[in-house]
Design a protein around this ligand. Structure first.
Ligand code: ADP
Ligand code: MG
Ligand code: MG
Length: 883
């Protein structure tokens, strides 16, 4: 079996299509080498080896070491250097690289192959002793941390103390002798921690690093990242071993990262940062502030440090030609790592760049206009879930604001929350439903759980490509980074800025599009969806087969939904209309009534309210279909709880406290989700359904007459499990319809259908379809009843299930296609068997989830219905599903 693929030196055994086997980094290094770009030679150990390694108790396949030796020999041949040689040593990097990019989550070791002897060879060969020892101390630091498990700070403390003692501020003050001294201390620290010396054998170092990179696939931060991004653990990572090139060889050497277009706005301008006399990690780590690549961006940022374009014009020209070549080749915006060694350019990585939703739209539209991709491809290029970033409010320009600081606009969007200083605090408070703002000096991969929990992220240090910025953009979190004036108290109690203090728990707001930080919570406004957004949505709509409706009950939600392009209402939950302060007591009066006549009297009072609700909704929806679900929740939800509330309600209704309390306890259920709710209410109290039906018909007739757009209400009966239940409720509805039509001397077309949200309903859908004119799959309840997992109680154990990979995803977020999906498919099929044109839709959270939408397209549903803010996501996802 082939386990090792060589790249560089003119040919590559891999190519970009081999990401599954070689990981993204390895496949693209091979591809770049194939394109004739200057890639330091190396080889990739496949992801299959990683999988085998874990399947086999962390043992490698026998043939691996022979293949690695052969590939390493080839790198020696191409570079003319020898691994472990004391006069002309080959140094390598050992780099992780999974199928999907997981920036910074896994480990990489640079400068491998250095030891007490080879470092002297490197010094002589380069004629630069300082460079050689700088590289060696970097290696001990990285290898010590990543492979040997000696914590990073051990080395930092040694270096800081050493510098402090000599009044050095920057690493650049360190001489070769200084580095030698520090290296001595580093080695002592390693030996003290491990009880054995720092490994000197290059072969041993190499395998140690390979173990560590494969091992990092299973570290906690990788696991968290995979969970948040739905990357299967079974994929494994590849390992890339590559000849080192040196950006730390003096003033004509440098290292940098670049995006071929702006990843925040999508603007077609090179966007990146670099550091002279530095190695790769330095740019991201935020140790020194990186400089701009282009003159234009330097000027925009008002910096006086020369850009690469100005400092090394020839190399810059070469680099920008490479950018163009890569963009044309991949037909997408690229995220690139490069290093310049004494004036010679080397390419170290390229990949399709992560971007904000706004940038994704602009780049897709621009690439299409440039003739590089088609409209269909443009539609496919935008991640529907990412649109979420654009669909949420931004700062109200007219609201008063109190700017306390400014940093870099790292990830757009406005957010507020209470200040916390650690990722754990952020997660803890967010779990309590609080809105938090994570404020840190800088972030590291250990912080991702907190970044995910926070509304927004602020860092005091780090550039636009710092960890915080990259991760925040990927997550769609607003982020301001490099706010250098912030002084964060070490004990995590407060920060100060320009003489002001902000305590932990104080509210702040950030604008990730401007970099501003405000004191307090600044009000926000709705987004405007035009330009690139509108264009991509228009292209998407051309290809979309399924309709997209919204779940909405208030006129405001309905208007929002229409603004986002909803083509109807798929779920109007009438119970929400009962909670309104003006009528809740009438509802309670109805529930508290012991007999039917008492209930009817209260329902008569509710009728005009309910009719008014529907009139408003029908008016907003202008003849578009509206599905109204009859009362669903258990009645006790409307009743007061606790002595005080009960007393208040009793007083308001003029009843005895005891009487109310008794009724409340009589309605108590052990398991209300499976109790007296849904159509079961209509069975025991048909007068409630009758009142609702009357309100619907009267409102529909009135609005139809007034606007001239005939209203065709779809009345939906919830929680049906047998045809007989539906028959009974439908009879009542039909009877009311006849009555209302007779009274009004007018009529309209309506349909009666049902939710399919219980397994029995799905299984007997052929029978139910004799009565039901439409089905709406209520996948929230269907998930709940199929798994037997209470949606309201899942929070206490679902995280364990996800962490232990028992489930890849929370089934309440993304439809469990394997199990619940079978019932949906079966229900659809059986429903159609009886009534071939039965209208089929889905409501519930899954209606706005791209993967679930693709499933719905696959089984041919007519529409999906989701919350108003997710309508554009659903439109795009539905289009992608049908392309
Ligand atoms: P990550 O996936 O965290 O970016 P990488 O494997 O890309 O990790 O490497 C980390 C840094 O080291 C990057 O800046 C990269 O460009 C640099 N680097 C990796 N390999 C080499 C090499 N052979 N020579 C010089 N720099 C390298
Ligand atoms: Mg990288
Ligand atoms: Mg339900």
């Amino acid at each position: 079996d082939k386990m090792v693929y060589a790249f560089g030196g003119g040919t590559s055994e891999g190519r970009s299509g081999m990401k599954n086997l070689l990981g993204g980094k390895g496949a693209n290094l091979a591809e770049m080498a194939n394109l004739g770009l200057p890639v330091p030679p190396g080889f990739t150990i496949t992801t299959e080896v990683c999988v085998a390694y874990y399947d086999n108790d962390r043992q490698y396949p026998k043939e691996l070491s022979g293949q690695v030796d052969a590939a390493l020999a080839k790198v020696e041949e191409v570079t003319g250097k020898k691994f472990g040689d004391t006069t002309n040593p080959l140094l390598v990097s050992v780099r992780s690289g999974a199928r999907a990019s997981m920036p910074g989550m896994m480990d990489t070791v640079l400068n491998l192959g250095l030891n007490d002897d080879t470092v002297e060879g490197l010094a002589k060969l380069s004629g630069d002793e300082r460079f050689a020892y700088d590289s060696y101390r970097r290696f001990i630091q990285m290898y010590g941390d990543v492979v040997l498990g000696v914590p990073h700070h051990t080395f930092e403390e040694i270096l800081d103390t050493y510098k402090d003692d000599r009044d050095y501020v920057l690493d650049t003050s360190m001489t070769a002798d200084d580095w030698k001294a520090v290296i001595g201390e580093y080695k002592e620290a390693v030996e003290a921690a491990l009880g054995k010396p720092f490994p000197q054998d290059p072969q041993g170092q190499l395998w140690g690093a390979i173990d560590a990179v494969f091992g990092s696939w299973m570290n906690d931060r990788s696991k968290t990242y995979r969970r948040l991004n739905n990357i299967p653990a079974a994929w494994g990572t590849a390992v890339n071993v590559q000849a080192m090139v040196f950006g730390n060889m003096g003033e004509t050497s440098a290292t940098g990262v670049a995006f071929t277009r702006n990843p925040s706005t999508g603007e077609n301008k090179i966007y990146g940062e670099f550091l002279i006399n530095a190695q790769g990690e330095d740019v991201v780590a935020g140790i020194r502030t990186p400089q701009n690549l282009t003159k234009e961006s330097r000027e925009e940022q008002g910096s006086d440090e020369a850009s690469l374009e100005e400092a090394m014009p020839e190399t810059y020209k070469e680099l920008s030609a490479v950018f163009t070549k890569l963009e044309d080749h991949y037909r997408d915006m690229q995220d690139i790592e490069f290093t310049i060694e004494q004036g010679t350019l080397y390419m170290l990585q390229t990949r399709n760049g992560k971007r904000t939703a706004k940038a994704a739209l602009k780049i897709a539209v621009d690439l299409c206009a440039e003739g590089k991709i088609t409209e269909d491809e443009a539609v496919m290029r935008v991640d529907p879930a990412a649109l979420d970033q654009l669909l949420h409010p931004s700062l109200d320009p007219d609201a008063p604001r109190d700017v306390i600081a400014k940093g870099l606009p790292a990830s757009p969007g406005a957010a507020s929350g209470e200040v916390v200083f650690t990722a754990d605090e952020a997660e803890e408070l967010a779990n309590q439903g609080r809105q938090v703002m994570l404020v840190r000096v800088e972030t590291s991969p250990e912080d991702i759980h907190g970044m995910h929990a926070a509304n927004g992220i602020v860092t005091a240090r780090g550039g636009m490509t710092s960890h915080a910025a990259v991760v925040a953009r990927g997550m769609g979190r607003a982020c301001v980074c490099g706010a250098g004036d912030l002084r964060i108290e070490k004990d995590g109690s407060k920060f100060s800025v320009h003489g002001r203090e902000v305590q932990k728990g104080d509210q702040i707001t950030i604008d990730g599009s401007t970099g501003e930080i405000f004191f307090g919570a600044v009000p926000t406004i709705e987004p405007e969806l035009s330009g690139d957004f509108a264009k991509v949505m228009q292209w998407a709509d051309k290809h979309r087969r399924m309709k997209v409706r919204a779940n909405a009950e208030t006129p405001l939600d309905a208007k929002t939904a229409r603004g986002f392009g909803a083509e109807g209402i798929g779920l109007c939950r009438t119970e929400h209309m009962f909670f309104d302060a003006s009528r809740i007591n009438v509802v309670r009066e109805m529930i508290l009534a012991e007999r039917e006549d008492g209930r009817r009297a209260a329902l008569d009072k509710l009728l005009p309210f309910q009719r008014g609700d529907f009139e408003e909704l029908f008016t907003v929806m202008k003849g578009l279909p509206v599905t109204i679900r009859l009362l669903d929740p258990p009645l006790h939800e409307f009743l007061p709880h606790g002595d005080n509330e009960i007393a208040e309600v009793a007083k308001a209704l003029g009843r005895e406290v005891k009487e109310v309390a008794e009724r409340v306890s009589a309605l108590h259920e052990q398991n209300p989700m499976l109790g007296h709710r849904g159509c079961r209410l209509a069975v025991s109290y048909p007068e409630i359904a009758e009142m609702q039906a009357r309100a619907i018909f009267e409102a529909a007739l009135a609005v139809g007459k007034e606007t001239g757009d005939p209203v065709q209400p779809e009345i939906m009966v919830p929680l049906v499990s047998t045809k007989k239940e539906l028959d009974l409720v439908k009879e009542r509805i039909d009877a009311i319809a006849q009555k209302v039509f007779a009274e009004a001397g007018d009529k309209l077309v309506y349909t009666v259908g049902t939710m399919i949200e219980l397994p029995r309903a799905a299984l007997t859908a052929d029978k139910i379809a004799h009565t039901a004119e439409f089905f709406s799959f209520g996948t929230n309840d269907l998930t709940q009843t199929t798994f037997g997992i209470s949606r309201d109680d899942a929070g206490s154990f679902m995280p364990h299930y996800l962490r232990q990979n028992i489930m890849d995803q929370d089934p309440f977020v993304s439809l469990d296609q394997e199990g619940v999906g079978q019932l949906v498919a079966l229900g659809a099929e059986r429903g159609r068997a009886t009534r071939s044109l039965i209208k089929l839709g889905i409501c519930g959270e899954h209606g706005g989830d791209p993967a679930s939408i693709a499933f719905c397209e696959g089984i041919g549903l007519d529409y999906v219905s989701c919350s108003p803010y997710r309508v554009p996501i659903a439109r795009l996802a539905a289009a992608q599903a049908s392309l």
